[in-house]
Design a protein around this ligand. Structure first.
Ligand SMILES: Cc1cc2nc3c(=O)[nH]c(=O)nc-3n(C[C@H](O)[C@H](O)[C@H](O)COP(=O)(O)OP(=O)(O)OC[C@H]3O[C@@H](n4cnc5c(N)ncnc54)[C@H](O)[C@@H]3O)c2cc1C
Length: 648
C-alpha cells in the first residue's frame, strides 16, 4: 500500500502544513504521492516510513485514547508541537516528518510562491576539452590491469588536486585515483535531489556523535569537497603558524609559506566578492557590525571569478565560476599529462620488503604501489594496480586515517585530534526586505573582529528546502517560517575549536563513526558568538531574531528577551551546530610521539607514503581551510618533485 492510501499519513500532512499567508494548505494526496515517488527508488525506505506511521498511531493512543489518524486537527497539531523537543518521541517525529516536509518544500507551487526555484536550466552540451581524454571510468578498464607511474595521488579535493598538479607540471608521471565520478557543469542543475547524491558522500549524512549531533558533510566526486564548498579563501592565520613553530614545525612559517599561498591564490583566482552579488545581507550585517563597534566587516575573498550569484556554490557551481579543483587544479594536472581514474577506490597498499634501517635501528617499510577497485556499469569489479614508489594519500580527514589504518599504519594519533570548526547560525527576520536568497552568493560577507579570539562571522544562506528542513517549528509556525524565506537574513559563525574528536570505521563504508564532544570552553565561545550575532541583527533592525536550533529556542525581538534567553541554562544540543572543516586526524608533527606525518608530510616509518589533505593539518585554524590545505600540499609536492628530478 502506498503512502497515499495511508490515513495516518494524510492526517499528519494536514496537521503539518496548514493554510499560511503565502503558502496554501497542503494538498495531502499530492505530498504523499511525491513521497511515494522518492521512496520507491530506495529499497526499504517505504517500509520504514510505514513503520513510523504505525508507531505514531500507537504513541498517540497512549496519550489520547484514540489513534492519530482519527483525532481532531487541533489535537494532532498540539501533540506534534508538544513532543517536538522530547528526546525520543521528538527524534522519531522528526524522522517521520522529514520526507513530508521535503516534499512540501520542493512542491513547484510553493517554490514559486516564495520566489525561489529548485534547479536551473543548464546547457545540454558544453565544450569538450583535450584533458578529458585523460579521464577513465571503471568501465574503460580491463578487469585487472597494472600501470607504472612515478607518483599515485589518492583523492582529487583540495590536497590531492594541488599535489597532482604540482607533480605533473614538473614532468612526473602521475596517476590520480578518485572514488567519486566526474561531473561537469551540465550536471550542476541545482536540483538538490539530483546533485546531492552525486556530489555528497552518503547524501551528506556524515555526523559526529557526542553531547550534540553535528552534521559534517563531505564531498565525493572529482573536486572532492571543493566542488561543494562555499568558495571562501583565507590564508592560514599567522598566529596559527607561530603556534605550529612553537611545536617544532618551523617549516611552516609565514615567510616560507608566502610563495605557496600566492601560487594557490593565482591558480584558483582569489578575489574579493562583488558586493552587488553578495546582496542585501551585506548591508544588514555591516549595519549591525558598525552598531556593536566592529570595524572589520567586508566582502569575503573567494575563488569565483565572474561569479554572478546563482546561489548554488554548495551544489556544484553551474557557471564554472568557482575554481574548485574539478575546474582548476585537476584539469591543469591532466593537461600536463596526468591520468585520472574515476569511480576507483584505493584499497590496498603494496610494500616492498621491510628494510632494517641501519640509521636508527627501526624497521622502515617502503611503499611500491596501490590497488584500487571500482565497479563498472555492468556490475563487475575492476582491479587497477599502480606501481609507484611514491603514494600521496589525500582522501580527506575522515577517510585518510581509515585507509592508513587498514594498510597497517599504527600510530596512536591516527584518527584522533579531529577538529571541525563548530558553526552556528542566527536568523534575522526583516519584514520590509527581500534578501533574494537564491540569487546571491550564499557566503559572501564576513566580520573578522573576533578572529584572534577564535570566532569568524561569515554568511551561510541555505537554499529554501534546507531553510525549511532546519526549522524546529511545527504547524502554523513552520509554514510562517518557511514562507518568510526571502525576508530572512542568514548569518553564521564558526569557532576555532579546542575540543578534539575521533574517526573510526563505521558500519557503512560511507559513514564513519565520528565522535566529538563540544567542551565547556568551546561551548562558552559558541554562545558568546551566537549572542553577539543576534545582537547585530537586532541593531540592524530585525523585528525577530531566531537562533538556529533543533529544540525550537524561542525567537526574540529585543535585547531584554535576548539576554533572558542566554541567561537560561543552555546545552550544546539546544543549538543546531554544524561543521564543514574537519582537520587533523593524521597530523604533522616533529616526531612519531606527537603525530602521524613528518614535516615533509611523509608517514613516520614508511618511505614514500605521504598525506596531503585536511587530515595532515596539525590543528584547528580558525579560518576556512582550503587555501591552507592546497598551499601545504603544493609545498610538499614541490619538494618531492625536486628530490625525484635531482635524483634522475
Ligand atoms: C558545505 C561546505 C562548505 C565549505 N566551504 C568552504 C569555504 O568556503 N572555504 C574553505 O576554505 N573551505 C570550505 N569547506 C571545506 C573545504 O572544502 C575542505 O576543507 C577541503 O576540500 C578538504 O580537502 P581535502 O583534500 O582534505 O579532502 P576533500 O576535498 O574532501 O577530498 C577528498 C577526496 O578523496 C576521495 N576519496 C576518499 N577516499 C578515497 C579512496 N579510498 N580512493 C580514492 N578516492 C578517495 C573523496 O571522494 C574526495 O573526492 C567547505 C566544506 C563544505 C562541506
Amino acid at each position: 500500500m502506498g503512502i497515499e492510501q495511508n490515513l495516518t499519513a494524510m492526517a499528519l500532512i494536514e496537521a503539518l502544513f496548514p493554510q499560511g499567508k503565502r503558502l496554501d494548505k497542503a494538498e495531502a494526496s499530492s505530498i504523499a504521492n511525491s513521497v511515494d515517488q522518492y521512496f520507491d527508488s530506495i529499497p526499504g525506505l517505504s517500509q520504514g516510513l510505514t513503520g513510523l506511521l504505525t508507531w505514531l498511531n500507537a504513541r498517540f493512543l497512549m496519550s489520547y485514547g484514540k489513534t492519530f489518524a482519527i483525532a481532531p486537527l487541533e489535537q494532532r497539531q498540539s501533540f506534534l508541537a508538544k513532543n517536538a523537543d522530547s528526546i525520543v518521541t521528538g527524534k522519531l517525529l522528526r524522522a517521520l516528518e522529514t520526507p513530508f516536509r521535503a516534499a512540501y518544500l520542493l512542491d513547484e507551487q510553493n517554490l514559486k510562491r516564495v520566489g525561489t526555484h529548485n534547479g536551473l536550466r543548464v546547457p545540454s552540451e558544453v565544450e569538450q576539452h583535450r584533458w578529458q581524454a585523460q579521464v577513465s571510468k571503471a568501465d574503460d578498464l580491463e578487469f585487472s590491469q597494472t600501470l607504472d607511474a612515478d607518483v599515485v595521488v589518492i583523492g582529487t579535493g583540495a590536497g590531492g588536486g594541488a599535489a597532482a598538479y604540482e607533480l605533473a607540471s614538473r614532468g612526473l608521471a602521475v596517476v590520480i585515483l578518485e572514488e567519486g565520478q566526474y561531473h561537469g557543469r551540465k550536471d550542476f542543475n541545482g536540483k538538490l535531489t539530483e546533485v546531492i547524491p552525486k556530489l555528497y558522500r552518503g547524501w551528506g549524512g556524515t555526523v559526529t556523535l557526542g553531547n550534540v549531533v553535528i552534521p559534517v558533510p563531505v564531498g565525493r566526486s572529482v573536486g572532492g569537497t571543493t566542488t561543494i564548498n562555499s568558495g571562501t579563501c583565507m590564508r592560514t592565520p599567522d598566529s596559527v603558524l607561530k603556534a605550529w613553530a612553537g611545536e617544532g614545525l618551523e617549516e611552516f612559517s609565514s615567510e616560507i609559506m608566502a610563495p605557496y599561498f600566492e601560487s594557490v591564490e593565482a591558480m584558483i583566482s582569489v578575489e574579493r566578492a562583488e558586493i552587488k552579488f553578495v546582496g542585501e545581507i551585506a548591508e544588514v550585517v555591516k549595519k549591525g557590525a558598525d552598531a556593536v563597534g566592529f570595524t572589520q566587516s567586508h566582502a569575503l575573498m573567494r575563488n569565483a571569478k565572474g561569479c554572478d550569484g546563482q546561489g548554488l556554490c554548495q551544489f556544484g557551481c553551474p557557471t564554472d565560476a568557482k575554481q574548485s579543483t574539478n575546474v582548476s587544479y585537476i584539469p591543469r594536472a591532466l593537461e600536463a599529462g596526468a591520468f585520472l581514474f574515476t569511480g576507483m577506490k584505493a584499497e590496498e597498499f603494496h610494500y616492498s620488503d621491510v628494510d632494517a634501517d641501519a640509521g636508527n635501528g627501526k624497521n622502515t617499510r617502503v611503499i611500491n604501489g596501490v590497488t584500487a577497485i571500482g565497479v563498472g556499469e555492468d556490475g563487475i569489479r575492476r582491479h587497477l594496480r599502480v606501481n609507484a614508489d611514491t603514494v600521496i594519500v589525500a582522501a580527506g580527514t575522515f577517510f585518510t586515517p581509515q585507509l592508513l589504518a587498514k594498510n597497517g599504519i599504527k600510530n596512536k594519533w591516527l584518527g584522533r585530534n579531529l577538529s571541525i570548526h563548530p558553526a552556528g547560525a542566527v536568523l534575522g527576520h526583516y519584514a520590509d526586505r527581500n534578501f533574494k536568497n537564491t540569487a546571491s552568493i550564499p557566503q559572501g560577507y564576513g566580520v573578522a573582529d573576533w578572529a584572534e579570539m577564535g570566532v569568524m562571522f561569515e554568511g551561510g544562506t541555505p537554499p529554501f528546502v534546507a531553510h525549511g528542513l532546519m526549522s524546529p517549528f511545527v504547524g502554523n509556525a513552520f509554514v510562517e517560517f518557511a514562507e518568510n524565506y526571502q525576508q530572512t537574513a542568514y548569518f553564521g559563525f564558526m569557532i576555532k575549536d579546542t575540543s578534539r574528536g575521533k574517526v573510526r570505521k563505521g558500519v557503512h563504508p560511507d559513514i564513519p563513526l565520528l565522535t566529538y564532544n563540544l567542551n565547556k570552553t568551546d561551548f562558552a565561545l559558541f554562545k558568546k558568538a551566537a549572542h553577539m550575532l543576534a545582537l547585530m541583527h537586532l541593531e540592524a533592525g530585525a523585528d525577530k531574531v531566531t537562533l538556529a536550533s533543533m529544540s525550537g529556542l524561542p525567537s526574540v525581538s529585543n535585547r531584554e528577551e535576548l539576554d533572558a534567553l542566554f541567561a537560561r541554562k543552555l546545552k550544546p544540543r539546544d543549538f543546531a551546530v554544524t561543521a564543514y572543516h574537519p582537520l587533523g586526524t593524521a597530523r604533522i608533527a616533529k616526531d612519531k610521539k606527537h603525530g602521524v606525518c613528518d614535516t615533509n608530510h611523509q608517514v613516520f616509518g614508511v618511505d614514500g607514503l605521504y598525506v596531503m589533505d585536511g587530515s595532515a593539518v596539525p590543528s584547528s585554524l580558525g579560518a576556512n581551510p582550503q587555501v591552507t590545505i592546497m598551499a601545504m600540499a603544493t609545498k610538499a609536492a614541490a619538494q618531492i618533485a625536486e628530490q625525484k628530478l635531482n635524483y634522475v
